[in-house]
Design a protein around this ligand. Structure first.
Ligand code: GLO
Ligand code: MG
Length: 347
C-alpha cells in the first residue's frame, strides 16, 4: 500500500496490539504470534512503522554486546520489511524494582534503576534510528495519597527527563499521559500537565506529547481538544488513537468504534493542523476483543486504520466556507445537522 492509499498519513502500531486476549480475569484465548510473524503483517495491513517498548526489541536484562547484537538483528528484519521505528518506550512498570513507581519511587536504588534502564532504551532507539522516546509514566502515582510526597514526585519526573535529554542531545521525549490505571491516580494525568513540565526541562524544544484518545476520555476530556491544545504548543508529536466507552478500565477499543463524532473531531483537528507534515505518525493503541478468533487477530487494526481514512474523507468533503458562514451566523443547529449529515454519508 502506498502513501496515496494512506491519504498522506503514516500509520504505526506496537506488537503488543496483536494480543492473546488475556485479561485480569482470564488467561489467553489466542496463540501468541512470534515477533517474526507480527512484523510481516504490517505492510499488508497498510501500516508503515512500528512502535516498540525496549523489551519488545531485546530482553531488558541483556548486557551491552548481547543487546547490540540483538538490536542489529531486529533492525535487519525491519529493513527487509521496509518498516521504520516510530517510537521506543522503556517498560518501567513490570520489573520488581518499579513496584513503587520508577522515577518517583521512594527507593533511591529503584529510581537509579529506572534512569539506567531509560538510558539503555535511548541507546536502543538510536540503534533503531529513531529519536522518539515515549514515556508512559505508568506507576508515577500512588494507591494512597500519603504514600509519596507529591511535590517531590513532580520534581523527580522533571529530573529524570533532564537526565535523558542530557544523556543524548538528539533524542526527543514524548510524554504520554494517563490519569489512572495501573495506579489509582497519577501525578501528571493529562497532556496539559505534561506540557506544563516540558517547559521546565533543560531543553523544552525536545519535550512534547503523545496523546491517547482513551486516556483523555478517562480524564473526562475531549481528545480532540487535548490534541488541539498540544498542537498550539507545537508539541503534538504522536497519537495513540483508540476509543473508550465511558469511565471504566482502559479499554483500547478500535478507533471510532464508540463515538464516531468524537473520532471525527480528532481526525478533523489533525487534518486542519497539517499533522504529519513534520513526520508525525498516526499511531493506534488498540486491543482485539477477547471474543476475536485467531484468524481475525488483526481485524481491529485494519478497522481502526480504515475508520480513520474514512473520516479523513469526511473531513476533506466538508464545505469550509459554509462552516465559516454558519459559525458567523451562530447557527450551530444547522452546523450540527451538516456535520452529522456528513458522518451519515448524506452529502
Ligand atoms: C497503556 C498505554 C501503553 C503505552 C505504551 C507505549 O495504557 O497506552 O500502551 O502507550 O506502553 O508507551
Ligand atoms: Mg498508549
Amino acid at each position: 500500500m502506498s502513501r496515496a492509499d494512506n491519504k498522506g498519513y503514516r500509520f504505526t502500531f506496537g506488537p503488543w496490539n496483536v494480543s492473546t486476549g488475556a485479561d485480569m480475569f482470564g488467561p489467553a484465548v489466542r496463540r501468541e504470534l512470534p515477533f517474526s510473524k507480527i512484523i510481516r503483517l504490517y505492510k499488508s495491513l497498510g501500516y508503515d512503522g512500528v512502535q516498540f517498548h525496549d523489551d519488545d526489541v531485546v530482553p531488558a536484562d541483556w548486557g551491552v554486546s548481547e543487546t547490540e547484537k540483538g538490536v542489529r538483528k531486529v533492525k535487519r528484519i525491519l529493513d527487509n520489511e521496509g518498516l521504520f521505528v516510530e517510537i521506543l518506550a522503556p517498560r518501567l512498570w513490570e520489573h520488581p524494582k518499579t513496584i513503587d513507581g520508577a522515577y518517583t519511587s521512594n527507593s533511591p536504588r529503584d529510581r537509579k534503576y529506572a534512569i539506567e534502564r531509560s538510558k539503555r532504551c535511548v541507546d536502543i532507539a538510536r540503534m533503531l534510528e529513531t529519536r522518539n522516546i515515549v514515556l508512559w509514566l505508568a506507576r508515577e502515582g500512588t494507591y494512597i495519597r500519603e504514600a509519596k510526597d507529591p511535590v517531590t514526585a513532580v520534581g523527580r519526573i522533571v529530573d529524570a527527563i533532564n537526565a535523558l535529554l542530557e544523556y543524548d542531545s538528539e533524542i526527543r521525549i514524548l510524554l504520554e499521559a494517563k490519569p489512572n490505571e495501573p495506579m489509582d491516580q497519577s501525578y501528571l494525568p493529562t497532556a496539559a500537565h505534561m506540557i506544563g513540565i516540558a517547559y521546565r526541562t533543560v531543553d523544552p524544544d525536545r519535550v512534547g506529547v503523545l496523546i491517547e484518545s482513551a486516556h483523555a476520555i478517562l480524564a473526562g476530556l475531549d481528545p480532540s481538544d487535548e490534541m488541539a491544545y498540544a498542537i498550539w504548543h507545537g508539541k503534538l508529536w504522536s497519537v495513540h488513537l483508540n476509543d473508550q466507552n465511558g469511565l471504566k478500565f482502559d479499554e483500547d477499543k478500535a478507533f471510532g468504534s464508540v463515538d464516531l463524532r468524537r473520532a471525527f473531531n480528532q481526525v478533523w483537528v489533525l487534518e486542519r493542523a497539517g499533522y504529519g507534515s513534520q513526520g508525525e505518525c498516526v499511531g493506534f493503541d488498540v486491543k482485539p476483543m477477547r471474543t476475536t478468533k485467531q484468524a481475525d487477530i488483526t481485524k481491529h487494526l485494519a478497522n481502526s486504520r480504515q475508520f480513520f481514512l474514512d473520516l479523513v474523507d469526511v473531513a476533506r468533503s466538508l464545505d469550509n466556507e459554509l462552516i465559516e458562514q454558519l459559525r458567523k451566523n451562530r447557527d450551530y443547529e444547522e452546523l450540527e445537522r451538516y456535520v452529522i449529515g456528513a458522518l451519515m454519508g448524506k452529502h
